[in-house]
Write a new protein. Structure first.
Length: 241
């Protein structure tokens, strides 16, 4: 008997240890997920701030133009970029797209609104910057520059950071997009009927019960006992007698 009690106690203790371990692992997993979410959100806001600053700096600098940057292109796409720089109309369009592209992408990433689309647009814009002037030592007057490390440069690093934001968007959890969606769900919930919110189907009147009640009343009205009810014609005749 003592052995049975000891075995049961050991079994209960083992079950409690397993349950506590599962709770601990779930708690650690939730904390890790929260930490990753905050870290990616900070990365998104930092890149958004960089894009926004670059766009506003170019917007409020009247003399800024991308012509010098395009004319320095000397890789396989140099003819394309030189053609844009030599055409005044194309150059104005390119400057407009660069300035407002940086501003809009920066705002979207910083606020957390349509961050998937913004990350994709940012990747496309940075890819154009990289293709115009790739960080190849032999194409940079034979001297390495700060931020250019043979193929990899600041643009390429930011390109892959945007790829992470494209695959792991955080605006739906920590951003303006989350606030808008929550507000829409709240308004929709307030406009829905009570039975739709509770999940229970709307109750309809039972026609069979109503018909049975009507039949009962009709039968009672034809009952002879109703004729002697006070005030009825039959009761008045009986009173006269």
């Amino acid at each position: 008997m003592l052995m049975i009690l000891l075995l049961r106690e050991r079994q209960i203790t083992g079950t409690e240890i397993t349950r506590n371990r599962s709770i601990y692992e779930n708690t650690c997993e939730n904390r890790t997920y929260g930490t990753k979410l905050y870290a990616i959100t900070i990365l998104r806001m930092a890149i958004g701030w960089h894009f926004l600053y670059e766009g506003l700096a170019k917007l409020f600098t009247p003399s800024w133009t991308s012509a010098d940057y395009l004319m320095l292109s000397n890789w396989i796409f140099s003819g394309f970029f030189h053609g844009i720089a030599s055409n005044s109309v194309m150059l104005q369009i390119a400057d407009f797209l660069v300035i407002w592209g940086l501003i809009l992408i920066g705002l979207a990433l910083f606020l957390g609104l349509f961050d998937r689309i913004a990350a994709l647009a940012g990747m496309f814009l940075i890819a154009l910057f990289w293709l115009a002037n790739p960080p190849l030592t032999m194409l940079d007057f034979g001297l390495p520059r700060e931020g250019n490390y043979l193929i990899v440069d600041k643009n390429l690093v930011e390109f892959f950071a945007l790829l992470v934001l494209r695959l792991l968007p955080t605006g739906s959890y920590l951003g303006l997009q989350h606030m808008i969606r929550s507000n829409q769900e709240t308004v929709k919930r307030e406009m829905e009927p009570a039975h739709a919110v509770s999940g229970q189907p709307e109750k309809k009147p039972d026609l069979s019960v109503m018909l049975n009640r009507r039949s009962l009343l009709r039968g009672l009205s034809s009952c002879p006992s109703w004729d002697i009810w006070p005030g009825s014609p039959q009761a008045k005749k009986m009173g006269e007698l």
